[in-house]
Design a protein around this ligand. Structure first.
Ligand code: A2P
Length: 332
């Protein structure tokens, strides 16, 4: 397959290249795409150098599949143009996710709904992906009524700017020798030695866009508008991945042992317990892995038919690049 990666110089785009190579995706020709600023730069893929081109040039090169991770503005402008040229687009931005007629896909959950006529396919928000992978089979068995989720999200979710801000602040705070590359900030407040209970912009209802993404995308992916979702999303000074405290209430009663068994059987899920490498999942250990790690599973003592659990995954991998490549694999 001739494949374009739009945003190939960014954090997620770089991960996409890594994941394509690792999973032996049959790439016959790679077209790395970025803004005018980066045209002519080289990126490395499977030990070979490729020249970065602009989106317009990429369309002329006629890719069959394009993985987009260059922001919602770029997706808004360019995804329809790629699709019109006969190229299937997997879009990691928020632009097309809630658009009617566009599928929002997590392969383990609703990959079977993809059809030949889908030209633009949306990749969900990173926090939503790991949550629905963990909850999918539990929903099938016990029917979700309500989810209350609080997130602890890595700075890698803000691209290179997020990492740079944390690195710069840490260097300044500890007077270390290493300094980040730029001084431009990703967040309105210091993130090192802090946390920020705001991800993306505030909406009129008092929630942030990130929180409402978790609410709306969960219903769309699971194909069930009746699932109630309440989210609080928080940025923390962590690099490895996103963590989530998930409280899930089900309509049907359950035995905890059945919840554990189903989680163990769930595709893409690793259940952490006393016998695992670590007794519960942590972002440092999830980094560069594709699985969704689940631990601290316990009955909610305050609510009938509800559980609490802790869900961790590398937001750049399963939360973005790996999920996008898995969608592209469905085209094969
Ligand atoms: P560039 O490096 O030329 O700015 P991140 O999320 O890590 O900041 O990365 C964003 C990615 O999106 C980068 O590869 C960036 O390219 C790319 N990008 C930004 N704006 C455009 C655009 N208008 N057209 C194509 N790619 C873009």
């Amino acid at each position: 397959m001739k494949i374009a990666v739009v945003g190939a110089t960014g954090l997620v785009g770089t991960k996409m290249l890594e994941v394509l190579a690792e999973r032996d995706f049959p790439v016959t020709e790679l077209i790395p795409v970025a803004s005018e600023r980066s045209a002519g730069k080289k990126v490395l893929f499977r030990g070979k150098e490729y020249t970065v081109v602009t989106p317009q040039r990429a369309i002329e090169l006629k890719p069959q599949v394009a993985l987009f991770s260059a922001g919602a503005g770029t997706s808004d402008e360019w995804a329809p143009k790629f699709a019109a040229a006969g190229c299937r687009v997997v879009d990691n931005s928020s632009r097309w996710r809630m658009e009617q007629g566009i599928k929002l896909i997590v392969p383990e959950v609703n990959g079977n709904t993809l059809t030949d006529s889908d030209m633009i396919i949306a990749n969900p928000n990173c926090s939503t992906i790991q949550m629905v992978v963990a909850l999918n089979l539990l929903h099938t068995n016990f029917k979700l009524r309500r989810i209350i989720v609080s997130t602890y999200q890595s700075v890698t979710g803000s691209g290179i700017k997020g990492i740079n801000q944390l690195t710069n602040e840490r260097a300044a705070n500890f007077q270390a020798d290493t300094k980040g590359e730029t001084s431009s900030s990703a967040y309105p407040y210091q993130i090192d030695m802090n946390l920020i209970p705001q991800i993306d912009l505030f909406l009129e209802n008092g929630y942030t866009k990130e929180e409402m993404k978790m609410v709306n995308e969960t219903k769309k992916i699971m194909g069930d508008e009746s699932i109630a979702v309440s989210a609080t999303t928080v940025r923390v000074p962590v690099v490895g991945g996103h963590s989530e405290s998930v409280n899930a209430e089900f309509e049907k009663p359950f035995e905890l042992k059945d919840i554990l068994r189903i989680l163990k059987e769930s595709p893409g899920v690793v259940l952490s317990d006393e016998k695992s490498e670590t007794p519960y999942p942590m972002p440092l250990f999830a980094q560069n892995r594709d699985e969704v790690f689940v631990g601290r599973v316990r009955r909610d003592l305050s609510c009938e038919n509800a559980i609490n659990m802790w869900v961790v995954s590398d937001n750049l991998r399963k939360g973005a690049a790996t999920n996008a490549v898995q969608i592209a694999e469905l085209f094969l």
